[in-house]
Design a binder for this molecule. Structure first.
Ligand SMILES: [Fe+2]
Length: 171
């Protein structure tokens, strides 16, 4: 399932209890506090051509500002929720993290097919590359700044929410 379809699905499943805009705002907050870490490696990678490094470096500087903004916004946003909304949203946050950081198999499959691999080989390659335990480790490590932000805002004070994060292998 592609990333945008996944988000639409999450919104559709919860929109009777949470506003779609609110879910989108939390998704943006997550993506904006995660993305810098991904971008930060490329500008220092000697294997990448200098022009690409410079462009990505500019982008990373921009994203650093977004990250500061959303880091400031999150605790205010969280505190503004009614307790039933915190309960609902808290259970959704791990899914939003996975939607952003988990692999987009459909996209990668279509890239492999376009590179000339047949259906069987493409499936085989994805099977080999995506070892579930390693993906979970990657997602947990990459989500670390966002998870720390959640902890600081008191998201894990609720044991039910904390347990959902554990079920999704994020803590
Ligand atoms: Fe951004």
């Amino acid at each position: 399932m592609s990333r945008s379809v996944l988000i639409e699905k999450i919104i559709a499943e919860h929109q009777t209890r949470l506003s779609p805009h609110l879910i989108q705002l939390f998704f943006v907050t997550i993506s904006e506090t995660l993305v810098t870490k991904v971008l930060n490696n490329v500008p220092h990678d000697p294997q990448v051509s200098p022009i690409v490094r410079a462009v990505v470096g500019d982008h990373a500087a921009d994203e650093a500002l977004h990250s500061v903004y959303f880091r400031g916004l999150f605790p205010i946003l969280w505190q503004s929720l009614a307790s039933y909304e915190q309960e609902e949203m808290g259970q959704l946050l791990p899914q939003l993290i996975w939607a952003f950081l988990g692999s987009d198999r459909q996209l990668e499959y279509s890239i492999l097919r376009r590179l000339g691999f047949n259906a069987n080989d493409s499936e085989g390659i994805l099977e080999e590359v995506y070892v579930p335990s390693q993906i979970a480790k990657f997602v947990r490590r990459t989500a670390n700044p966002t998870l720390k932000m959640f902890a600081a805002a008191g998201v894990f004070d609720d044991r039910t929410i904390e347990q959902v994060f554990a079920d999704y292998e994020l803590i």
